[in-house]
Design a protein around this ligand. Structure first.
Ligand code: HEM
Length: 550
């Protein structure tokens, strides 16, 4: 690798740079790239001789440490008999196990392995036994039939910053706190009634998106669709939460955009400590330390918002915002035992992080597929012109009347699930699935990407054909296991009702008010469709297109 390649390594400082690769491990100035298709062993990037000495020292210490831990791990493992009929899978190398099999795009590598070994496979990722399931039948067993056994999660080490693993819903084990928080989400945040009450907040954000795109159209400039959608999604979420924009388009220096992007980057970055638990205390990439600082900045911001609201509520004749913060403060005042201000901050953090990137990435893929398939775009536009009227924005109540638009989004979820492996689950006991035993404590991944591209389930699985969902009763609500982009069972994505309102709103506004042409005369059939695996499965190359008012 050349020096110039080193300089090209991304830094986490802008939207596109959060699209980091899977396999960059950073040790101070030294970076280990692990594992890529091109390398079989560790590929080391150093920029001076001194660094080389330092690297050799680190590697020696690391290998010694690894060897020592491996020996004690093997010794301890011997005490608990492993089930004999583990799922099949590739043979693991000593210490690193099957880590090299994952590559840059683990969902694709795992789909390929499933074609060799079958719909349930076992890998050793460092010291973490991992089972990957890739069929609707087995997905149903994990998500529905035996939901109770597989409802806990393996937790990334960085997430332990600020005890977020103990206070954030996505990582909590099933417990009274988990159940109470799920209730808060479903009753007080994402119920139809509550979402109807604050529809105007989201509608305003979509109008701002349209105004922004119109400005670009007037100037003949291309729109970075993912970035515009990200700003709209995050502000729609933050307005639903506390009636404020998190990203101020007119005041970029003063907003929290960088902080939020860096949080995405840190959480999405691969971390050796997740595969070698003995490295947790060392925090080899500093991810946990970085997250501590970044989350603190967001918490300071939330503190300010909450204190101002508490103050406002004491004032006479104050007008309620009827946003999530108002509902949660009501609950705290009513002595809801679960909630306190600290939990509210963790909850805001989760909703901001889980809700924005997933939604904007899905929108970017939907636009990409429509621009690549002009006849599908025309058909979606024709439906909108007919049902809503050319050039108009839709309201949330219109969504159910737009069946082709709904089919376009389902097809996007099938081909480009934002969480291709869902969030990791953990087996609560040695449990039989698909004729094999998943050992207690194993990480369980569900490859919804592989299911979405399985030719035994879908005709022409790689083609964008929304029509396949017309007249079909397959939906994304966790009941049809061939299409589960939001997961299922007791851990199904609680933000589903918000995402399924926001996506049609944004997509329909972009295509009912504008036509689009690719930047620099790009040809639709030649569009770059490469993916980047991170916190969400992003487009490797941002979609940039020039809007033309209809
Ligand atoms: C296109 C949009 C979205 C997709 C594809 C998506 C997908 C997912 C998936 C796959 C999971 C894991 C489910 C499982 O383990 O079975 C999940 C969990 C979660 N999602 Fe979403 N999500 C989206 C939008 C949102 C939004 C808008 C929010 C909130 C505003 C949100 C909040 C959460 C939370 C808090 C969890 C953790 C739930 C738990 O562990 O109990 N998501 N999401």
């Amino acid at each position: 690798m050349q020096d110039s390649d080193i300089r090209r390594l991304p830094r986490a400082s802008s939207y596109d740079q959060t699209r980091g690769t899977t396999n960059r491990f950073v040790f101070g100035k030294v970076e280990l790239l692990l594992p890529t298709k091109e390398v079989v062993a560790l590929l080391v990037v150093v920029d001076s001789e001194r660094d080389m000495d330092c690297l050799v020292l680190i590697l020696c210490l690391y290998l010694l440490w690894g060897l020592f831990q491996a020996l004690s791990f093997v010794a301890n493992r011997g005490r608990r008999a492993r089930p004999s009929n583990l799922p099949p899978g590739p043979w693991p190398l000593p210490i690193i196990g099957n880590l090299l099999e994952l590559g840059d795009l683990p969902h694709k590598s795992l789909a390929k392995l499933a074609r060799t070994y079958g719909p349930i496979i076992k890998l050793e990722l460092g010291f973490v036994t991992t089972v990957v399931v890739s069929s609707p039948k087995l997905a149903k067993e994990i998500l529905q039939t035996h939901d109770a056994v597989f409802s806990n999660r393996t937790v990334p080490n960085s997430i332990t910053a600020h005890d977020h693993d103990k206070l954030g819903l996505p990582w909590l084990p099933v417990s009274p706190l988990f159940r109470n928080l799920r209730k808060v989400y479903s009753l007080h945040i994402f119920s139809s009634k509550k979402l109807d009450l604050n529809e105007h907040l989201r509608s305003k954000k979509v109008q701002e998106l349209v105004a922004f795109v119109r400005k670009c159209a007037d100037a003949g400039e291309a729109v970075n669709i993912g970035e515009a959608a990200f700003r709209t999604s995050i502000n729609a979420v933050s307005n639903t939460l506390f009636s404020l924009d998190m990203i101020e388009p007119l005041n970029p220096a003063g907003d929290l955009k960088e902080v939020v992007w860096q949080i995405f980057f840190e959480i999405g970055k691969p971390n050796l400590a997740d595969y070698f638990p003995m490295l947790k205390k060392i925090d080899p990439h500093g991810s946990k330390r970085h997250l501590e600082a970044l989350i603190q900045k967001l918490f300071d911001f939330f503190d300010g918002v909450i204190q101002r609201r508490l103050q406002l509520r004491t004032e006479k004749g104050c007008v309620r915002c009827n946003d999530v913060l108002d509902y949660l403060l009501d609950l705290i005042e009513d002595k809801n035992e679960t909630l306190d201000i600290s939990l509210v901050k963790h909850l805001f953090l989760d909703i901001i992080i889980a809700g924005s990137e997933t939604t904007s990435t899905t929108l970017e893929w939907a636009m990409t597929e429509l621009l690549r398939n002009p006849e599908k775009l025309s058909r979606t536009q024709a439906e909108l012109h007919q049902v809503i009227g050319k050039g108009k924005t839709i309201e949330e109540a219109d969504i159910s009347r737009l069946s082709y638009l709904e089919a376009v989004l389902k097809e996007t979820f099938r081909l480009h699930p934002a969480g291709p492996l869902l969030l990791p689950r953990k087996s609560g006991e040695d449990f039989p699935i698909g004729g094999f035993t998943i050992p207690k404590g194993a990480q369980v991944l569900l490859n919804v990407f592989a299911i979405g591209r399985d030719p035994s389930i879908w005709d022409d699985p790689d083609k964008f054909v929304p029509d396949r969902f017309l007249g079909s009763d397959i939906d994304v609500r966790g009941r049809n296991f061939e299409l589960v982009p939001f997961g299922g069972g007791r851990r199904i994505c609680p933000g589903l009702p918000l995402a399924t309102r926001m996506l049609p709103l944004m997509l329909s506004s972009l295509i009912n008010i504008f036509n689009w042409k690719l930047e620099d005369g790009g040809i639709p059939e030649n569009m770059n469709m490469e993916e980047k695996f991170g916190l969400a499965l992003q487009k490797a190359q941002s979609l940039k297109a020039v809007p033309i008012p209809i």
